[in-house]
Unconditional design. Structure first.
Ligand code: C2E
Ligand code: MG
Ligand code: MG
Ligand code: MG
Length: 291
């Protein structure tokens, strides 16, 4: 038996465990500081309406802007925020920031119809019963129509907590807040569940969208989801459109709403505002419409 090798392996494991632990503690510290020192920055990614060639709204995607470390992405801290419960104050801060965005005169000036905003909600918050009423109350006191606001619940979260999810979905909707199922198609998807879930919107994940132009089956699945959703009155937003080839292909399959790097990456509000005319122009060009 290679005891020495075994010993070494466990030493390496120990080491990486300790490293992981300290990275976790460091990240936790960043989240606390981000909340306390206002380092949380809402980045906005446009939600595009293909038929009218307009931007209908924005998804709020949070980043931590650390003065020394730079930009920290949600992939690095959301899980830890959930585990530590810091997701609750983080979401509170985010909602306040989202309300300011919804009220922004500069951004409203760029839109004929009131633009919509969507906010991502974690599974850990499904049991936070006060969240929907709290959000509704804040919207009311800021004089924002709740129909402009949408919350996104991730598919895997919803499937793991079906009953809690149905409760919170109905609760949000009772205040006029729309609910989307995020990351649809990433694994747990069962079309049967859609019957149980009173959703307004489903968001097709990039992972099933990206192969669509090359893969016959993938394309058939996407087409079927689009058809089904139409039949049951659910709106579909296609996520992660990166190329004009994907865009044209998805349009042919029946998609009419989308997000993706093709139109814009998530950007801070001030940067989005300057990019809006170019995004609309590009959309019109894609559709062969006069500019
Ligand atoms: P999500 O809600 O599914 O957001 C879509 C992710 O895909 C975003 O990553 C976005 O930047 C990225 N994306 C958008 N278009 C494209 C594209 O064309 N190509 C590619 N490759 N990627 C694209 P991001 O911003 O890193 O966020 C990752 C996830 O973190 C989000 O996934 C969301 O679930 C979560 N998240 C972000 N902000 C928050 C938040 O404030 N609260 C909670 N609970 N979760 C958040
Ligand atoms: Mg989302
Ligand atoms: Mg998500
Ligand atoms: Mg998604």
């Amino acid at each position: 038996i290679d005891l020495q090798g075994k010993h070494q392996a466990s030493a390496i494991y120990e080491h990486s465990y300790r490293e992981r632990k300290s990275l976790q503690l460091e990240t936790e510290q960043w989240i606390r500081q981000a909340i306390a020192r206002d380092w949380l920055v809402p980045y906005l990614q446009p939600l595009v309406d293909f038929d009218t060639c307009t931007i209908r709204g924005y998804e709020v995607l949070t980043r931590i802007e650390h003065p020394q470390r730079g930009l920290i992405s949600p992939g690095q801290y959301i899980k830890i925020a959930e585990k530590t419960g810091l997701i609750v104050p983080l979401t509170e801060v985010l909602i306040e920031k989202a309300i300011k965005i919804a009220q922004s005169p500069e951004l409203n000036q760029q839109h004929q119809d009131p633009f919509r905003l969507s906010i991502n909600i974690s599974a850990k918050q499904f049991h936070q019963r006060s969240l929907p009423s709290q959000l509704a109350k804040q919207l009311k006191s800021a004089n924002i129509d709740p129909h402009r606001i949408k919350v996104e619940l991730t598919e895997s979260d919803v499937m793991e907590n079906i009953d809690a999810a149905v409760g919170i979905i109905e609760n949000f909707q009772s205040y006029g807040i729309k609910v989307a199922l995020d990351d649809f198609g990433t694994g747990y998807s069962s079309l049967a569940y859609l019957r149980q879930l009173p959703l307004d919107i489903i968001k097709l994940d990039r992972s099933i969208v990206s192969g669509v132009t090359e893969n016959e089956r993938q394309s058939a699945i996407v087409e079927m989801i689009l058809l089904l959703a139409k039949r049951i009155n659910m709106q579909v937003i296609v996520e992660g459109i990166e190329t004009s080839h994907e865009y044209h292909y998805l349009r042919k399959l029946g998609a009419s709403w989308g997000q993706g790097y093709l139109f814009a990456k998530p950007l801070p509000q001030s940067e989005i505002i300057t990019k809006i005319p170019a995004i609309v122009k590009q959309l019109k060009a894609l559709n062969g419409m006069p500019l």
